[in-house]
Design a binder for this molecule. Structure first.
Ligand SMILES: [Zn+2]
Length: 238
């Protein structure tokens, strides 16, 4: 039996409330050792996860799945999610952990508490000030990457993406601002650990990589160039 089922309660106005209910006996997708969380089975990736942060995510996935079914049947639905935590005002948990590669290769891409704290920090210190200045949606194309996912995307071994300390912003996805404008706004107005002009031309990078840490920010600025085979990083002049 599964450790959670989704109860559907019909409200006074006809709406359906979806509420997760937990079962503690006779379950086979949840393991406890010495009264502590040990592992949970994720039926989507078909893997056991020993990361406790997976629990609310797996529960919420079941809730949203049922939500979508009911919504397409014309119902009004209220969902009582576990993971109400956004990363910041304009950064959702889903976009911050979304990875095509993770989905394709069935790899877990779930940050732990420490990594989540780092993600919230850079979102508050870098992304939200940017968002407030430009007043347009800005696409985050890569944020958190688990170590397995980072290897698959060819990220550098010490990538700050694996710690939740770095994000890639591509303003060209939604328009409204250019990647050059994003780069120079960060460079001239914000504190950061590392800022990279990622490829592109002299007017705009293809995307902007920026990181922020809670242990001293270096304000290192680099420009990534490629000759088609190798990537080189040059110090930013000016
Ligand atoms: Zn990056």
């Amino acid at each position: 039996m599964e450790f959670v089922f989704i109860e559907e309660l019909r409200g006074k106005k006809g709406e359906i409330n979806l509420i997760p209910r937990f079962i503690m006996d006779d379950i086979d997708d949840f393991m406890v050792k010495g009264q502590k969380f040990y592992a949970i089975y994720d039926s989507e990736t078909k893997m056991w996860s020993t990361n406790e942060s997976s629990v609310p995510i797996i529960v919420d996935r079941k809730l949203w799945k049922r939500y979508n079914e009911l919504i397409s049947a014309g119902e009004i639905v209220h969902v009582h999610t576990m993971q109400t935590t956004a990363i910041s005002k304009h950064v959702t948990y889903v976009e911050a952990t979304h990875s095509q590669t993770a989905i394709r290769y069935r790899k877990e891409n779930i940050p732990n508490e420490e990594e989540l704290a780092a993600m919230r920090l850079i979102a508050e210190k870098v992304f939200e000030p940017l968002r407030a200045y430009f007043k347009v949606p800005l696409a985050i194309t890569s944020f958190f990457r688990s170590k397995q996912v980072n290897v698959l995307v060819g990220g550098s071994a010490h990538s700050q993406h694996t710690k939740g300390e770095a994000m890639d912003i591509n303003a060209a996805v939604w328009g409204g601002a250019t990647n050059g404008e994003i780069f120079f706004y960060i460079k001239n107005n914000l504190l950061f650990d590392q800022l990279i002009w990622e490829f592109g031309d002299d007017k705009n990078p293809d995307w902007v990589h920026v990181s922020y840490t809670n242990i001293g920010n270096r304000r290192q600025i680099l420009r990534a160039k490629s000759n088609g085979h190798n990537t080189t990083y040059e110090s930013w002049i000016g």
